[in-house]
Design a binder for this molecule. Structure first.
Ligand SMILES: C[S@@+](CC[C@H](N)C(=O)[O-])C[C@H]1O[C@@H](n2cnc3c(N)ncnc32)[C@H](O)[C@@H]1O
Length: 224
């Protein structure tokens, strides 16, 4: 079996093809509808909400890919935004995209593995993780790391493909695994279970075809 993490880290062709498609909302939505029976409107609405973040908000976007999520930022928005990915090539694309959108001043680009983050505990108010969990060998470990770096009261938001939403979609997921671009894709319902086990309050868990949209909040710690 191909090492999916190594493939994403070192290959450019898959990354370029994926990113070229997803950067056009109409192509991304049509593709998600055709492949996963999913309506991505919710994801794009969530991304647009980044424009409303208050000044000083610390955001971690991983995997940022070529810069899907930070399209929601406004030029000059005073947030601390870390865009991270395991692929240097994706980060290069993301840097270019940020420049095109004139949001590069707010963004720090970092090479990082979402299953072993180099950031301190409780260092972000918002973590976003779009279309990444299904590409990992251990998606639960990634949610564990995202939970660790989230401040009390902070929010984790994202999307992932899941198995168990129909034979055709499962076959496509199996094919993507064999091609080395998907990892151990979560089963339907597993993301909610993991978020709860990790101590987060699940705000939203919305399935759409073979995609799940999730939003969860880190509880404020009780006084000792
Ligand atoms: C399907 S793309 C999604 C990218 C972006 N969020 C989007 O929706 O366009 C999957 C991304 O996960 C990244 N990736 C794969 N394994 C990773 C890991 N262990 N840590 C961080 N990023 C990873 C890949 O390099 C790629 O950019």
């Amino acid at each position: 079996m191909t090492d999916v993490t190594e493939k994403w880290r070192s290959e450019c062709v898959t990354a370029a093809l994926y990113d070229a498609g997803v950067q056009h909302a109409s192509i991304a939505r049509a593709g998600a509808r055709a492949m996963w029976g999913a309506d991505l409107r919710r994801m794009f609405t969530d991304i647009a909400r980044l424009a409303d973040l208050p000044a000083g908000t610390a955001v971690l976007d991983i995997p940022c890919g070529g810069g899907l999520a930070f399209r929601g930022l406004r030029t000059g928005q005073a947030v601390r935004y870390v865009a991270a990915d395991i692929s240097p090539y994706m980060l290069q694309r993301a840097r270019r995209e940020a420049g095109r959108r004139s949001v590069h001043d707010a963004i720090q680009f970092v090479e990082a593995d979402v299953t072993a983050l180099q950031f301190a505990d409780a260092s972000f108010d918002l973590c976003v993780s779009y279309n990444g969990l299904h590409c990992l060998p251990d998606p639960r470990a990634a949610l564990g790391e995202l939970t660790r770096v989230l401040r009390p009261g902070g929010t984790l938001r994202g999307t992932s493909c899941v198995t168990g939403r129909g034979p055709r979609k499962d076959a496509l997921i199996a094919l993507s695994r064999r091609a080395g671009v998907f990892g151990n894709t979560p089963q339907a319902g597993e993301i909610e279970k993991w978020l709860t086990e990790l101590g987060l309050d699940v705000v939203t868990l919305e399935p759409s075809g073979a995609v799940e949209f999730f939003e969860a909040r880190s509880p404020f710690r009780k006084a000792d």
